[in-house]
Write a protein that binds this ligand. Structure first.
Ligand SMILES: [Zn+2]
Length: 220
């Protein structure tokens, strides 16, 4: 570590008297080997000699104490500034990571956390322990064993941030089909886990394929 001249100068009297710690001694020696002005100052102390030094500073003990205090203060200040800088960087890193997670939307996977129920004549989807910021639904009439069935596909997307931070007790509900829009005619409700951007534009043939990769959550 490279110390500034004023810190080394505070240490010099202690170093001269041979009473500083091994660490300080190394720091002073390193500094003196590189800094001409401090070396000259130290040489002057040597010329004055220990007796002359003592005479020059009648209260050596007090001088030492002041010197120690001053060095300690400077070291503490330096440690404090380092800690503050580290804290600032950690905070900045945390907020930029959070911003990335908050802006990355993904399809929420269905692992027992999504359910569908008929409530007061409306079909309601329920998501447990997460929040969705996008909700897509597609209604289609599809053939099943030669019979026409009305199927509803839906898909929820949310941010990674919500997936990580939402409490397991938290839930949100989505009206998949309200009572006045013929919810009672729907035979099956599927949760679609593929790329949801094209779901609403899919034709019946494509949806017939999608059934195989979707999760059947509700049937009449
Ligand atoms: Zn210096």
């Amino acid at each position: 570590m490279n110390y500034p001249c004023n810190m080394i100068r505070d240490l010099l009297p202690l170093y001269y008297d041979g009473v500083c710690s091994e660490e300080s001694q190394t720091a002073v020696e390193e500094h003196l080997s590189e800094c001409l002005s401090c070396r000259q100052l130290y040489a002057k102390m040597g010329e004055a000699g220990p007796t002359a030094q003592a005479a020059y500073h009648p209260d050596r003990e007090q001088q030492k104490a002041v010197s120690f205090q001053s060095v300690r203060k400077k070291l503490l200040r330096r440690q404090f500034l380092t800690a503050a800088a580290v804290l600032f960087l950690l905070t900045a890193a945390f907020f930029s990571a959070a911003a990335v997670l908050k802006h990355s939307s993904q399809v929420i996977s269905c692992e027992g956390n999504i359910s569908v129920s008929m409530t007061n004549g409306s079909l309601i989807g329920r998501l447990q322990g997460n929040r969705a910021d996008r909700f897509r639904v597609k209604r289609a009439e599809l053939q099943e064993n030669g019979q026409e069935k009305i199927c509803l596909f839906f898909c929820l997307s949310g941010t990674k941030w919500d997936a990580l931070t939402t409490d397991r007790e938290v839930f949100s509900e989505y009206v998949l089909c309200p009572a006045d829009k013929g919810a009672d005619q729907i035979d099956h409700v599927f949760y679609y886990t593929g790329d949801d951007t094209g779901l609403e534009q899919m034709d019946e043939k494509e949806l017939q394929e999608v059934i195989r990769t979707s999760v059947l959550l509700w049937s009449k």
